[in-house]
Write a protein that binds this ligand. Structure first.
Ligand SMILES: *Cc1c(COP(=O)(O)O)cnc(C)c1O
Length: 408
């Protein structure tokens, strides 16, 4: 592998206003306009600075464990009767998922902006753990907001964050989950903006976050593209990835966007049914999932699960990382243009797929990833036997063992 000093491939999107077609943009309160502009300037300068880029590449390699392997899944391929399945092993990264890529990038940016304090919000705790690890590594103060309901469910991750020196701040308002934690983090940011960087965990939020997080994650596809060309001497027919906010999927897809022969499939959480409240499928209307329409959430215009009155809907998924009412604006734009397809998979199919992958390949994947595995299993009979596909194994499943034990 050549050193990935310039991981982000050129892209015409977003435009200078942070728009992906009609989506994206910047919908923030007056008090955040200046800090967001400061972040945009700092990020632009960092992208053109070899010192920043080589520090990023160095930590990806020595701290996170990149490059991750592209692993040929011989037994799953045989079990399904083709296509030839390759697994991009982001589950092997430090802290157990792709999230660390983005946390390293933004942590270095916080240092560059001379902001000694980082805040983040977390649902299941995975983003909180990755943020806490990077902050410890870089000597940054770290404060993670988390709903009390989530803290009860994710005790192990709360312990990991504290062990890594982060202050975990309980949020006891509203539904006491992720969206309440986001509100508290926003309040903190407005108050402490001079000293504090808000480290957002996915391709969401106001411009430049969706673009910046995508760029930091695009290392996944850059490596995978080179690795598949080496292994197969050709490009893959199809890419599969799960879509929560959309960062691991856009990270894989991005390097292949101009390869018109490569199909892309994003898999959302189908939960336990197609009605609003039962799922977290924002872009899978074609598969029958209802309740999503364009709207503004957390600073960006995108597809949002909402009631007829425009209230943010409750969502459900067996996997916390996919359980979110909005999707990254770039995915909405890829869906509109038909460049990527989006579908959803039920809780039950995801749990079954996690079992199949474990038993054929010896890989216990995260329940988020298992959604992509389920869709691959469903489509395998329709794919050409000797085509190659890449599935992004976004994370490892250790965190999900209690949930899996209840389902099996
Ligand atoms: C957080 C998480 C996701 C969902 O987030 P994206 O931004 O959509 O990638 C998927 N898989 C794992 C393992 C995660 O931790």
């Amino acid at each position: 592998m050549t050193a990935a000093v310039h991981p982000q491939p050129a892209s015409e999107w977003p435009d200078v206003h942070g728009r992906f077609g009609p989506y994206g943009g910047r919908y923030v309160p007056e008090t955040l306009v200046e800090p967001i502009e400061e972040l945009e300037r700092a990020y632009s300068a960092a992208q053109a600075d070899d010192t920043f880029l080589s520090a990023f590449a160095h930590l990806l390699k020595t701290f996170a464990g990149r490059p991750t392997p592209l692993d040929f899944a011989a037994r799953l391929t045989e079990h399904l009767g083709g296509p030839r399945i390759y697994l991009k092993r982001e589950d092997l990264l430090h802290t157990g998922a792709h999230k660390i890529n983005n946390c390293i990038g933004q942590g270095l940016l916080a240092l560059r902006m001379k902001k000694p304090r980082v805040i983040a919000e977390t649902g299941a705790g995975q983003h909180g753990v990755a943020t806490a690890a990077v902050c410890a590594r870089l000597g940054l103060e770290c404060c993670v907001y988390m709903g009390t309901e989530d803290m009860e469910r994710q005790g192990l991750n709360v312990g990991r964050m504290k062990m890594l020196g982060a202050a975990v701040t309980p949020v006891d308002s509203g539904s006491r989950t992720l969206k309440d934690a986001i509100n508290e983090a926003m309040r903190d940011w407005v108050t402490n903006v001079r000293t504090t960087h808000y480290l957002l965990g996915s391709v969401l939020g106001a411009h430049p976050y969706p673009r910046m997080v995508r760029d930091f994650q695009s290392i996944i596809g850059c490596e995978a593209r080179e690795q598949i060309l080496e292994a197969e001497g050709r490009l893959p027919g199809t890419l599969f990835a799960c879509v929560g906010g959309g960062s691991n999927s856009i990270g894989l897809f991005h390097a292949f966007l101009s390869d018109s022969g490569v199909r892309m499939v994003g898999v959302e959480a189908g939960g336990r049914g197609t009605h609003l409240g039962e799922h977290a499928a924002r872009l899978a209307a074609a598969a029958g999932y209802t309740g999503a329409r364009p709207g503004v959430l957390q600073g960006t215009y995108t597809w949002v699960l909402q009631t007829d009155a425009g209230q943010i809907a409750t969502t459900h998924s067996v996997s916390a990382g996919l359980d979110y009412p909005a999707v990254g604006p770039e995915h909405a734009w890829l869906a509109d243009r038909g460049r990527a397809e989006y579908t959803a998979v039920s809780d039950e199919a995801a749990v079954d797929a996690a079992r199949t992958l474990s038993r054929t390949e010896g890989i216990l994947c995260a329940l988020e990833t298992a959604h992509a595995v389920a869709e691959l299993i469903r489509r395998a009979p329709t794919l050409s036997r000797d085509s190659a596909v890449i599935l992004n194994v976004s994370g490892r499943g250790d965190k999900d063992m209690a949930t899996l034990a209840r389902h099996l």
